[in-house]
Design a protein around this ligand. Structure first.
Ligand code: 6PG
Length: 472
């Protein structure tokens, strides 16, 4: 490949960049990689194996010169400052019409800024969420690109070749303008946080609340993955629960510290949802339970001072029946979480002029990504039938699915309350449903209180206009 031009350039040959470049090479896309670390640059060719159209370099000049015009290059460097630094270093070498794709989890306002700054120089900038981790990058991720629609045609064949496929359909599509791709990936991660929290609450109720053994726990998730809950996160949970620790012989998960970390995408989802007035309570709960997990010393002290004596005394005779209720409860809460995230995407699309099509989002989330699940095909069909659907709960089939399962989630939450087990994401998922399907909410009283103490006025249900009352 020394004289021929490469189809694609990859900047940053860390875990994601290297694997995605190798994935491209596997699909016959000639790719050149750039990394300042000579070891990483050199390893790319070796790892690809003989005869693959791939090369690594440490020279930005050589890299840019070797890509066919208009150039398509992707950055897989840490989000934030490094993205701006890499853009600044490559910019003098690029020409109008060239395309830069940022494949990291960048904060969407940063992407909008970069789109505007680079457009002035004739460069197209794409923010593209990539989901699926290392394995996904290597063998087929879900990819969420946003940017200039015409410029996308230059990227499309490569992206469609490397993306995961579901029934032959690639898990990538043009999503919309500006930062649409990063926004969709951000909400993907918010939903990811929500479902992970629901799984964690399930595990906690069964283990700490009801004394399920390691084997029983593992069996629950393995069995659930054969049902309508089939999904990547349920599948890996079964595998995680099986893994033994080489040091202690115990299950590895039981010796892992319960302080959770995060990189910020879940928090951004919640923060922006509040800006848009899009309620996403299950995602909010997931974010704040990770925050709660940090207060280890205080929790240890509080556990002594405020003991929970109901724990450990497992009183459930009908374990199979309970697991069935829990499975239905989980399905209910999971669908509620997706509905919240999708409703946020709908509002964001209007607010930021993304032009998102939610049936396309559901379609590309069916494979490759962390929140892939069989239920996404149902969501896709719901949006296919009605692209303007304001909320998944308003789809008759999905709505009925939840109505049929509401007694299950209520009974599970009653049990959790009796046992003093925290299940805030389950509770939030049910409350979202209960509030959304309430024709009236008690916010009339809130309006009256606001008018009482602040003369903020209120509207009436029987007359037009704003009213104020002298309440006392
Ligand atoms: C994915 C993941 C990926 C990453 C998360 C982890 O879709 O492949 O979401 O992007 O693992 O950013 O996020 P936290 O560190 O915030 O849990």
């Amino acid at each position: 490949m020394n004289n021929t031009l490469y189809e694609f350039g990859m900047v940053g040959l860390g875990v994601m960049g290297r694997n995605l470049a190798l994935n491209m090479a596997d699909h016959g896309v000639a790719v050149i990689g750039l990394d300042l670390d000579p070891e990483k640059a050199g390893a790319l060719e070796t790892e690809a194996g003989a005869g693959k159209p791939v090369r690594g370099t440490t020279s930005a000049e050589e890299f840019v010169k070797s890509i066919r015009r208009p150039r398509a290059l992707m950055l897989l460097v840490p989000a934030g400052k490094p993205v701006d630094m890499v853009i600044a270093s490559l910019l003098p070498l690029l020409e109008p019409g060239d395309i830069i794709v940022d494949g990291g989890n960048s904060y969407f306002p940063d992407t909008d800024r970069r789109v505007t700054e680079l457009a002035e120089k004739g460069i197209h900038f794409f923010g593209m969420g990539i989901s699926g981790g290392e394995k996904g990058a290597r063998f087929g991720p879900s990819m969420m690109p946003g940017g200039n629609r015409e410029a996308y045609e230059r990227l499309r064949p490569t992206f469609e070749a490397v993306a995961a496929k579901v029934n032959g359909e690639p898990c990538v599509t043009y999503l919309g303008n500006g930062s649409a791709g990063n926004y969709v990936k951000m909400v993907h991660n918010g939903i990811e946080y929500g479902i992970m929290q629901l799984i964690a609450e399930t595990y906690d109720l069964l283990k700490r609340g009801l004394n399920f053994s390691d084997e029983e726990l593992q069996a629950v998730f393995e069995q659930w993955n054969q049902t309508e809950l089939q999904s990547f996160l349920i599948e890996i949970t079964g595998e995680i629960l099986k893994k033994e620790d080489e040091v202690t012989g115990k299950r590895l998960v039981s010796v892992i510290s319960d302080r959770a970390r995060s990189k910020g995408t879940g928090k951004w989802t919640s923060q922006n949802a509040m800006d848009l007035q899009a309620p996403v309570p299950s995602i909010d709960m997931a974010v704040l339970m990770r925050d709660m997990s940090k207060y280890k010393e205080e929790r240890v002290e509080a556990a002594k001072l405020l003991p929970n004596h109901t724990l450990g005394a497992s009183t459930v005779a009908q374990r199979d029946e309970l697991v069935n209720h829990l499975r239905n409860a989980f399905y209910f809460a999971m669908v509620s979480t997706y509905a919240q995230g999708m409703a946020q995407l709908r509002l964001a699309s209007e607010a930021y002029n993304y032009g998102l099509q939610l049936q396309e989002v559901a379609k590309i989330w069916r494979g490759g990504c962390i929140i892939r699940a069989v239920c996404l095909e149902d969501f896709r069909q719901a949006y296919d039938k009605n692209p303007e659907l304001p909320n998944l709960l308003l789809d008759p089939k999905i709505g009925k699915d939840l109505l049929d399962r509401q007694q299950d989630i209520r009974s599970i939450l009653k049990l959790a309350i009796d046992k003093g087990m925290p299940m805030p994401a389950f509770m939030a998922s049910l409350s979202y449903f209960d509030a959304y399907r309430s024709e009236t909410l008690p916010t009339n009283l809130i309006q009256a209180q606001r008018d009482y103490f602040g003369a903020h006025t209120y509207e009436r249900i029987d007359q037009e206009g704003l009213f104020h009352t002298q309440w006392s």
